[in-house]
Write a protein that binds this ligand. Sequence first.
Ligand code: SF4
Length: 236
Amino acid sequence: MADKTEITVDEFISAIDDVKAYLLFLQSIGCDGVDCLSENVNKVAGWKMGGIKKRDSLEKISDDLTGCMRCGLGAFRKNIVFGEGSCSAELMFVGEGPGSEEDKTGVPFVGLSGKLLTKIISAMNFTRESVYICNIVKCRPENNRNPLPEEMKICMPYLKRQIQVIKPKVICTLGAVAAKALLQTTKPISNLRGHFCDYNGIKVMPTFHPAYLLRNQEKKALVWDDMKKIMKYLKT
Ligand code: SF4
């Protein structure tokens, strides 16, 4: 169980700001004493510098995933496919899970659908290195089946941490499974696609999965419409 006295660096900085604002307030009303309410004193006395958690990073999240067997997918994978790209990317692509090529190489979206995604990224005037690409689950579901809700639930905290570290302006989810899992919705992709949604204050654009586009070439124009909306928003 987490130590209740543990605080993050951000919480610590925020607490210092609160103290500063409170002292300024006391000064403004002519008070020159010290706030010794036992409630406040006990709270501060409980803080331990050793308990301040280090700022999270992609390296730390990746380390935490080493050898992960938290869900059943761990038993079948060759490689954990963590994700790749810029740790400060404005645009993040999230698919549902690695396929066979990704499992072999440990790199996301390198198979046929990955090549199409790379083309889309280039057409948007980005590179794979300037965006961030990852999946909801980091291990390949056998026979390319969809990840199970339980598997996504167990792996999701790692994606959430990746998003928290990267802080993208836009997340583009690829395919129905990724959109529904991230947005916690049961709406069909045909309804979600093309409309900005919200994930903790970050714009999310659900679009079709490149693998679906390979089978349905006529849908490419719709996906390009979605990408144009993303490009327009990123310019604001
Ligand atoms: S899919 Fe995620 S939770 Fe499951 S074993 Fe792989 S890394 Fe761990």
